[in-house]
Write a protein that binds this ligand. Structure first.
Ligand code: UN1
Length: 494
């Protein structure tokens, strides 16, 4: 059964003016079309932005607690539809049903957190230097926001952006990945069913080059939030810089798990398996490097490889599957390319490295869980993001060397260290250049109540989730109320 997705403009679901659509196949059964969605152009984007601009003046006057209630209701609706949405998500982008349930759950968690924030979008009151004068700061919305979202967390990531944007009083145009339009439409439907007025949330489907580019540069947009590739993020950053437009970028990672000689090896193996091969390695937070202390490297690698070989490859809808297909044939080509490059660079293939030969995998985009040993700092496989089930092992002689290797990549999203030494753990927390550090846990699995984002090439300094996200979706206004009844000159009459 194919889901026919449409654009949502001013509360009405409609086709693109172009008449063009794009079909989306099931990554685990490429002959099955899961969804089809409009390939929109600049005129469709223009209509969506105009709707968001028109809806803004009244939406920003709705009291924030009331906006929060609508978000709470959207969260309740998502909880009610969780199983159906998770099933659709596995069919549309591949990851196992346990993980797609988690994706929807992350949106529900975000709804609960953001809804409550509707009653606590707090500012400051501060003393003034002059008598009979009152000083405070308040949050105001930014205006119509553009969200450009990826396929790997097709519901959770839109929720990280759209819920806080709405509670702050902004309106939204969403351009979801062309690989997951049906999931995005279900997310937006939950908001509409929760009573969000027409025009407050709009959705335009299509390619990044056409619909995405038109949206980001549209004069009606005041802020842009993007999660995706470094290449696209940099282009969006350039456009927004030129237009003096607020922009939040969440891009690549080359996350590492460090295992020290005093770490719990079995626990570290569990962590590495989940971090490297969960979501088939297609998370910004995925473990892409294992930095092992030489004294445990051999023992760890043996245990790890034994476990990797037991991972169950299959259709994400089937019970017990650990490794589902990659999202698309292009993504699989990219992973295969990195495997070739790593071999050419002299890395040693320890397991996997190809397309599974099982006939059950013939009609989809699987790739074997792949481990490289003998990786050295300069190799591309040690520095570049793969976004697939490939992990590179680097061996070090000291904690200092582990930190130095960890920090020498361009990215800095997530990091992890397994150690029982509390001093080392806290030194790692201080010294690892990353937005997130886990102690005795894998690099994936952030919770929504803490800020999410990275340093260096991973982003441009903004954070999603937690309480920090409101810095992006609101503007501070400073207010001075002088009740002295006379002119008082700051810095002069004090
Ligand atoms: C992403 O890969 O872009 O921390 C998001 C995690 C998830 C979110 C990942 N909660 O792994």
């Amino acid at each position: 059964m194919t889901v026919h997705v449409q654009n949502l403009i001013n509360g009405t679901w409609c086709a693109s003016r172009t008449g063009r659509t794009l079909a989306r196949e099931n990554p685990a059964a490429a002959r099955e079309t899961v969804s089809s969605a409009p390939l929109s152009d600049a005129a469709d984007v223009d209509a969506a932005v105009k709707a968001a601009v028109a809806a803004y003046p009244s939406w920003k006057l709705v009291p924030a607690p009331k906006r929060g209630l609508m978000i709470a209701e959207a969260g309740r609706i998502l909880a009610e539809r969780k199983e159906a949405l998770a099933t659709l998500m596995t069919r549309e982008m591949g990851k196992p049903i346990t993980e797609t349930r988690g994706d929807v759950q992350e949106a529900i968690d975000t709804a609960l957190l953001v809804a409550a924030q509707g009653r606590f979008l707090a500012g400051e009151t501060v003393p003034c230097e002059l008598p009979n004068k009152f000083g405070m700061s308040i949050r105001q919305p930014v205006g119509p926001c553009a969200m450009v979202t990826p396929w790997n967390f097709p519901v959770a990531i839109p929720s990280w952006k759209i819920f806080p944007a709405l509670v702050c009083g902004n309106t939204v145009v969403l351009k979801p990945s062309e690989l997951t339009p049906a999931c995005a439409a279900e997310f937006v439907k939950a908001l509409m069913d929760a009573g969000v007025p027409a025009g407050v949330v709009n959705m335009v489907c299509g390619s990044g080059e056409e619909a995405g580019a038109a949206l980001v540069a549209h004069p009606g947009i005041r802020a842009v939030s993007f999660t995706g590739s470094t290449q696209t993020g940099s282009l969006i950053g350039e456009t927004c810089g030129r237009l003096n437009r607020k922009v939040s970028l969440e891009m690549g990672g080359k996350n590492a798990q460090i295992v020290m000689e005093d770490g719990d090896l079995d626990l570290a193996v569990d962590g590495a398996l989940w971090g490297a091969f969960g979501t088939t390695g297609q998370r910004c937070t995925a473990t892409s490097r294992l930095i092992l202390h030489r004294s445990i490297a051999e023992a760890f690698t043996a245990k790890f490889l034994a476990r990797v070989r037991t991972l169950k490859i299959g259709n994400g809808l089937h019970d017990g599957v650990n490794v589902a297909p990659l999202v698309s044939s292009e993504q699989r080509d990219r992973v295969a390319d990195y495997v070739r490059i790593a071999k050419e660079e002299g890395a040693k293939l320890l397991c996997g490295g190809g397309v599974p030969t099982d006939p059950a995998c013939a009609d989809g985009w699987w790739f074997e869980p792949t481990v490289f040993g003998g990786v050295t700092r300069g190799m591309r496989i040690a520095r570049e993001e793969v976004f697939g089930p490939v992990v590179a092992i680097l061996v070090v002689d000291s904690f200092e060397e582990a930190v130095s290797i960890h920090n020498e990549v361009d990215y800095g999203l997530s990091s992890s260290i397994y150690t029982r030494d509390v001093n080392r753990a806290f030194t790692a927390i201080r010294d690892l250049e990353a937005g997130i550090t886990y102690v005795n846990g894998p690099t994936i699995g952030a919770e929504v109540q803490l800020p999410f984002g990275g340093v260096k090439g991973t982003g441009n300094g903004h954070r999603e989730a937690g309480l920090q996200v409101y810095e992006f979706y609101s503007e501070w206004k400073s207010v001075y109320v002088d009740h002295s009844g006379r002119l008082q000159r700051a810095q002069i009459d004090t």
